[in-house]
Structure formats: structure tokens, C-alpha cells
Design a protein around this ligand. Structure first.
Ligand code: FE2
Length: 230
């Protein structure tokens, strides 16, 4: 199983505080059946340069890698890039993509998006240098017109949701319906720590398997694995 969205690298953002917490998170993920984790620390263009971010991320990864047992899941380096108006003009976007792919995980603001923002997303999606993945869309799904989501999907934008979407009593039915309809594409734990934001992919997987069948879940994982190929 692949965890597409996580904050497991030590002390780079509001996720794992240190190496010990990162190792414990990896162990939890491994126990849940995760063999590949995409590490997506927050990137805010108004706080740091891409170069400084990449150095910091690499240092954190190197430290963790040195302490990781061989049985740990494989880590792919990415980022959760915060949207800002004008981001489509940012030259270094490609270097924030996941591993050797063109996939860029983008975090959008809460609330209603302006037409400018939607057009900028579509412009980005139409550029050949990257493929957009919107992070935890369940957070902003209801705030946009349905047509916005149709336009984004028509532009090949991928939509990621968090495991918690499949666990909430008030959301899990909708989550399964959207997944079954092909309206959402990727799942991540978005785990930050061992307390209030720990990984729960196993529970989400179990619920999806129960509602849509093991073959569906397997196909979804295969689709994710294909997307992560260089
Ligand atoms: Fe996140």
C-alpha cells in the first residue's frame, strides 16, 4: 500500500518533531501494510526559498534514512506546496514534484475559490512540466461549484483525499460514493504525529474493501504505483 501524503520527516514542518517520532510513524505505517510513503512536508513560498527547503528536506531525510531499519517503507520525497496567486509563474515548481515524477501536490485555501484561481489551476494543469494533485480536497469540496471540479478533472487534475474522510461517521458514505464514481483518485494518511494526527490508512483501506471490494482497492493501489513511476 502507498501513503501518498505524509509529514513523517523529522523537524521540517508541523509534522514529526524528531527522529524518534519519525521512526515510530514509519513503524506504524509499516504495520498497516504501507510499503511506500510519499513524504510531503509543507512548502510555503513566502517563508522559504525552494533551494533552502530542498536542502532542509534532504538533511532530514538523510538523518532518518541512517536510523531506519531495513524493513521500513520506502520514502519518496515530495512537498505539499501551498497555493498562492501567481504560483503558475514560479520557475522551480518542477523541483518540488514527487520523486522523479511530474506530480505536484498542491494545497488550496479553504473557502470559495475565485475564477482567477480556478483558471490558474487549469493553466498549471495544461502546462507540460507538471501534473497537479490537489491535497485533501474533502476540505474544500463543498465550497466550490460542482462545475469547478468537473473542469479540473477535465484538465487531468488528480484529487487526493485523506484517510480520515473514509472514517468519519458523517463523511464515509460520501467518500466511498466519490471514489466509486471516479471523482477522487488518491489517498494519503496526512499523518503528522502519534497523537491527534496519526496514520489511519489501514482503517480506511478496510472500509473501502468492505464497501467496494478487495479488487477495487488493489486496482487503486496499482494505479497509484503507476503514477509514481518516473
Ligand atoms: Fe498535509
Amino acid at each position: 500500500m502507498i501513503d501518498f501524503h505524509s509529514h513523517i520527516l523529522p523537524a521540517v514542518d508541523d509534522g514529526s518533531a524528531d527522529i524518534d517520532e519519525s521512526l515510530a510513524l514509519l513503524e506504524l505505517l509499516s504495520g498497516q501494510g504501507v510499503d511506500t510513503v510519499v513524504a510531503t512536508p509543507h512548502f510555503y513560498a513566502n517563508h522559504t526559498s525552494v533551494e533552502a527547503f530542498l536542502t532542509r528536506r534532504q538533511d532530514a531525510y538523510n538523518q532518518l534514512k541512517a536510523a531506519m531499519p531495513n524493513s521500513s517503507p520506502e520514502i519518496l520525497l515530495g512537498a505539499e506546496v501551498r497555493y498562492y496567486e501567481g504560483i503558475s509563474r514560479m520557475r522551480e515548481l518542477r523541483s518540488l514534484c514527487i520523486g522523479d515524477t511530474r506530480l505536484l501536490l498542491l494545497e488550496m485555501p479553504m473557502g470559495h475559490w475565485t475564477e482567477y484561481m480556478v483558471r490558474e489551476l487549469i493553466d498549471l494543469a495544461c502546462s507540460t512540466r507538471i501534473r497537479l494533485v490537489l491535497a485533501h480536497v474533502e476540505r474544500y469540496y463543498a465550497a466550490q461549484d460542482r462545475s469547478v471540479w468537473d473542469r479540473l478533472r477535465d484538465s487531468d487534475v488528480l484529487l487526493q483525499v485523506n484517510a480520515s474522510f473514509f472514517l468519519g461517521f458523517g463523511t464515509r458514505r460520501r467518500a466511498v460514493r466519490m471514489l466509486d464514481a471516479g471523482e477522487i483518485h488518491l489517498i494519503g494518511s496526512d499523518c503528522h504525529n502519534l497523537t491527534d494526527r496519526k496514520p489511519q490508512l489501514d482503517k480506511a483501506a478496510a472500509y473501502i474493501e468492505k464497501r467496494l471490494g478487495a479488487a477495487f482497492w488493489e486496482q487503486m493501489n496499482e494505479h497509484t504505483a503507476r503514477l509514481l513511476l518516473p
